[in-house]
Design a protein around this ligand. Structure first.
Ligand code: AMP
Ligand code: ZN
Length: 463
């Protein structure tokens, strides 16, 4: 049974979806004013692992993610003066974001919702809040009156003083009655992109999009919502206030918040300038899969310190898995199965699942994978591994890979290629065509491997 830390209850709880086997899950997506950095991707990888693990456990998951394509930063960076220009600018970074996700093997959400495609839904939600007396208007902007919502602070556990201290003092919001209040709809400033709506000309505030779009696609009460810890307050606290004030129903049942990627003691962020994008790292020759591995190597509830050594270690771990998999696919094995290998596989499955059930303890899950790899390598070296064990081990690897993405797909092709070349070479030698056999050996050499003929058969290793 999967247990997760729920920020709302402050406890580790068993996860049970509201409706049968269906999990309705929302995640706050990127603000597309620039390339995302790998700190952002730590959170997106954590959410990807969560979704994959729910599916691994047989759940049906519907995942919705927003794209924040209108806010102060997108408007500032684009210099746009109307929605079409703004969209032209943000589309570039939305595309770049999904390219990076592809490189990191982050699966695409079932629904990707752009804020600017949902202005009507946001306006309707603000109208509902207005009709219920939760809003007030100053100089064309509309604010949410926090004093009216008695549960305010239940997610972040902040008291009024903490909320004051944390509230963003926004120059746009000089009309607020209470420093804690937040803006739902911003009046048009000269020359900024805006929409003509029943609320007057303007643009949505920072928080309303997530309430409007999550409820549109997942219903008024849904199962899971997540982001990194910086979103607990005020963003998620405000989402709860807007949604629950409007529907008078619980908004989200489980809130999950991941810890940050840290650089020398500080959160990786654009504003501090201490960040790397995936593209920066690619230029340094770092494989995106190493980045993914590094990001998921520490459980999401623990801060993770970014270093190049972390990436180096990730590369080494992936290399060990790659070697194991190649060895497993290419070695000649006798028929049957070995007791020890069977036990090792069963234990690996159990340990992996126990670790992931424990609030997604990915470090422990990876440890289970590597213990098993070590045991099977021993069985291979001692010549005890059999044909059935190979099949079972490949399935086990595939199962772990469904959750954690542990090797490049081209590696599977490489394995296949080398395996088939070794076979061709054996055939060539059998028919005493030594010239062809040598030619094939050279081909294998070019792929980065050397083979040796031993009494027990053919052995290969990395050059
Ligand atoms: P943004 O594009 O700023 O809206 O952020 C996208 C996601 O990245 C949000 O869930 C943030 O909470 C998260 N995030 C921002 N900085 C970091 C960091 N250093 N480590 C982990 N997650 C982060
Ligand atoms: Zn959000």
């Amino acid at each position: 049974m999967l247990k997760i830390s729920n920020t709302l209850s402050g406890k580790v709880e068993e996860f049970r979806p509201l409706i049968g086997n269906q999990v309705r899950m929302y995640t706050c997506g990127p603000t597309v004013y620039d390339y995302a950095h790998i700190g952002n991707f730590r959170t997106f990888v954590f959410q990807d692992v969560l979704k994959r693990y729910l599916r691994f456990k047989g759940r049906e998951v519907r995942h919705v993610m927003n794209i924040t394509d209108v806010d102060d930063k997108t408007i500032r960076n684009s210099g746009a003066s109307n929605p079409a220009q703004l969209r032209q600018y943000t589309d570039r970074f939305t595309d770049a974001f999904f390219e990076d996700c592809g490189q990191l093997r982050i699966q695409r959400p079932d629904v990707v919702a752009h804020a600017t495609d949902h202005i009507a839904e946001m306006v309707a939600l603000i109208q509902t809040l207005r009709a219920k007396g939760y809003t007030y208007e100053k100089e064309g902007s509309i604010y949410f009156r926090i004093a009216q919502f008695k549960d305010y602070g239940k997610l972040s556990k902040l008291d009024a003083e903490g909320i004051m201290a944390g509230a963003r003092v926004d120059v746009d919001e000089y009309g607020k009655q209470d420093a804690r209040d937040f803006v739902l709809w911003k009046a048009t400033k000269n020359g900024e992109p805006h929409w003509e709506t029943a609320l007057g000309p303007g643009r949505p505030g920072w928080h309303i999009e997530c309430s409007a779009m999550s409820m549109k696609y997942l219903g008024e009460t849904f199962d899971l919502h997540s982001g990194a810890v910086d979103l607990v307050f005020p963003h998620h606290e405000n989402e709860i206030a807007q949604s629950e004030a409007a529907t008078e129903k619980p908004f989200v049942r489980y809130w999950m918040h991941g810890e940050h990627l840290i650089v020398e003691g500080e959160k990786m962020s654009k504003s501090k300038g201490n960040f790397y994008t995936l593209r920066d790292l690619a230029e340094k020759g770092i494989d995106p899969l190493e980045v993914r591995y590094a990001l998921q190597s520490v459980p999401y509830k623990r801060p993770l310190n970014f270093t190049f050594d972390l990436l180096h270690q990730a590369g080494k771990s992936l290399g060990r898995l790659q070697d194991f998999k190649l060895r497993l696919t290419t070695e000649k094995l006798k028929p049957g199965s070995s007791e020890k290998a069977r036990e090792a596989s069963a234990a690996a499955h159990q340990d992996f699942e126990r670790a992931m059930d424990d609030d997604l303890n990915t470090a422990q899950a990876l440890a289970a994978v590597f213990d098993w790899v070590r045991d099977l390598n021993t069985e291979l070296s001692e010549g005890r591994l059999c044909e059935d064990d190979r099949q079972r081990a490949l399935q086990t690897l595939e199962r772990f890979n469904q959750v954690l993405e542990l090797w490049r797909s081209d590696e599977t092709e490489l394995d296949e290629k080398i395996r088939s070349l070794i076979e061709q070479r054996t055939q060539a030698r059998k028919s005493r065509n030594f010239a062809l056999a040598d030619q094939i050996r050279d081909q294998i050499h070019e792929l980065g491997y050397v083979i040796e003929d031993t009494k027990e058969g053919i052995r290969w290793k990395k050059r």
